[in-house]
Design a protein. Structure first.
Ligand code: DAK
Length: 262
């Protein structure tokens, strides 16, 4: 692959958008390679993903403006669909995805980060949806995900004004969970990913699905039915049997031994 690096680190993996000369802007090839990378993640081994950008200046500075500048209406729609499909794949990916936002996250870059489960950022990060300044709407889910994440009022302000916000404001409005000096960002993401990977994998996956599907449900009653089903689904798994036996049994070593090869 030309623009995507994929590094497995035990039970988690790091995807790096590697197009530093163009501030990791998303052209069709980057989107295709990201899609293929996700298809090839070994879900029997990998329990969490991190997505970041190459270098120390930019996570992703948006969709590739050069490529978009000559698109026809039909091609624009196809490009939007390509991005939407891969971002939705990420959003509904069975395992948690952490965006380690290391600089500019503009347009499609902000949208990419919002398709991830968790966003943490470097102190030099800048977020924004500058599309209306370019004569277009956000096209990779920005109008929908930003409003859901930070509320309609602040999302509308960001999108209508096309004003970028700095990391501290992104933290204040809840667009990111935490800020780190650049050199501490990836280690923090890795610590979080390995912490997630230590927990019961079926339960973690079911939590992601319950939260996502519940947020899309028509009402709280439907949402709670989704949770009930995914809660029930955890029972009779080795993870559930082990987790509860380990808590209840005074002889922890015996429990570890009994479940060693399961
Ligand atoms: N696309 C292509 N190239 C980009 C780029 C981008 N988005 N952002 C930066 N680059 C390239 C620059 O052209 C430059 O290339 P060279 O001139 O060196 O060849 C190189 O990266 C370094 O950038 P700068 O020289 O501009 O660096 P500065 O530090 O001066 O400025 C910047 C950094 C991030 C403030 C600036 O590069 C910038 O404003 N970039 C554009 C940011 C932006 O507007 N991004 C949003 C793009 S719009 C849709 C589908 C998708 C979308 C919408 C609709 N449908 C089909 C419905 C998505 C839209 C977007 O994402």
């Amino acid at each position: 692959m030309e623009y995507i690096l994929y590094e497995v680190k035990g039970q988690y993996a790091i995807i790096t958008i590697n197009r530093e000369k163009a501030l990791n802007a998303l052209n069709s090839q980057v989107l295709d390679e990201l899609n293929e990378t996700l298809d090839n993640v070994d879900l029997n081994e990998i329990r969490a993903l991190i997505i970041t950008g190459a270098g120390e200046k930019s996570f992703v500075a948006g969709a590739d403006i050069g490529e978009m500048s000559t698109l026809t209406k039909a091609e624009g729609e196809a490009f939007g669909k390509k991005g939407n499909d891969v971002f939705r794949k990420l959003e509904t990916f069975p395992i948690p995805v952490i965006a380690a936002v290391n600089g500019f996250a503009l347009g499609g870059g902000c949208e990419l980060s919002m398709s991830c489960d968790i966003r943490i950022a470097s102190e030099n990060a800048v977020f924004g949806q500058p599309e209306v300044g370019l004569g277009i709407t956000p096209g990779f889910g920005g109008t929908q995900r930003l409003a859901r994440l930070i509320g309609a009022g602040m999302a509308k302000q960001m999108i209508y004004t096309a004003r970028n916000i700095k990391a501290d404001e992104a933290l204040r409005v809840g667009l990111v969970n935490a800020l780190y000096p650049m050199e501490e960002l990836l280690p923090a993401a890795e610590k979080m990913a390995s912490g997630i990977a230590k927990n019961a994998p079926i339960a973690v996956r079911n939590c992601k699905k319950a939260i996502n599907d519940g947020l899309d449900a028509a009402n709280m009653d439907d949402a709670l039915v989704i949770e009930e089903k995914l809660f029930g689904d955890c029972f009779e798994t080795e993870d559930q049997k082990y987790g509860m036996a380990f808590f209840l049994d005074k002889n922890k070593e015996k429990v570890k031994e009994a479940f060693k090869n399961k």
